[in-house]
Write a new protein. Structure first.
Length: 262
């Protein structure tokens, strides 16, 4: 029998039951990919992060209930929490790498700041959108990093939107809806990706690698405060510097346990 430690961390929040919950599994060595996927399926959270220590820090991978994910913010924040608060208390810097990217995380006080890549949006003509998307009445659209972004009129429209999840799933569309926010937030968003096994992601760090540059250009500022207006909700501070987006947020431990593999 093999035992694996598992932690559940609520990321981008200071309160339990808010933000985005991620499972984190530190490993001594990599397990078969099919087993990693099955563990993520069993956890049934937006993402489960696995990491293995190496000479450069940690190699990290993220899995949704149905597939491996290319980049994940909240589960990286959750993993940094596990390293700095549980495995190595007092450590304030963590280096993760995955798929050729190096992701540096710095803890200061009760907040973690992650250096992530910047993704630039490409404008898209509204007439090129399918009717199932146009019914949400976007005033502008863009694409970037495999995601369709719809600009809506205001924050209330973002909170009210009910996309056709079956259409998004069958067409493998990742959909971000966003609008200018009410004080104190610069912008708000919601993110739908049912084809990855996630109808709506509670708070998505990687999506802000696209949203941050988009709103920085619109608002003419490189420091932003964002809110992802899901049912759980979560807050992300952003700073745009050259080719990077620095994502800052808080986290709280919800649960720890042990996986028993027979």
């Amino acid at each position: 029998m093999k035992n694996i430690d598992i932690y559940q961390i609520d990321a981008f929040t200071r309160e339990a039951f808010r933000g985005n919950p991620a499972a984190v599994c530190p490993l001594d060595d990599w397990l078969p990919e099919s087993l990693l996927q099955n563990i993520a399926m069993e956890n049934n959270l937006s993402e489960t992060a696995f990491f293995v220590k190496d000479p450069d820090g940690f190699h990290i991978r993220w899995f949704s209930p149905t597939e491996e994910i290319d980049l994940c913010g909240h589960a990286t924040l959750a993993s940094a929490f596990v390293v700095t608060e549980i495995l190595s208390p007092g450590q304030d810097r963590v280096s993760f790498h995955s798929k050729g990217r190096k992701l540096e995380v710095h803890k200061k006080g009760g907040e973690w700041t992650m250096m992530f890549p910047k993704f630039l949006p490409t404008p898209m003509a509204l007439e090129d959108l399918p009717e199932e998307v146009l019914v949400m009445a976007p005033n502008a659209a863009a694409t970037g990093n495999g995601t369709l972004v719809l600009m809506l009129d205001d924050e209330d429209a973002v909170r009210r939107v009910t996309p056709d999840l079956k259409f998004l799933e069958s067409n493998e569309i990742y959909l971000l809806v966003t609008a200018k926010g009410k004080e104190p937030y610069d912008f708000v968003s919601r993110f739908f990706l049912p084809s990855a096994g996630i109808d709506e992601d509670p708070v998505t760090g990687s999506a802000h690698c696209l949203l941050g540059p988009l709103w920085a250009d619109i608002l003419g500022k490189d420091e932003l405060l964002a809110f992802q207006a899901s049912r759980r909700g979560g807050e992300i501070r952003l700073r745009i510097v050259a080719d990077h987006v620095f994502l800052s947020g808080t986290a709280i431990e919800f649960m720890r346990g042990n996986i028993r593999l027979h």
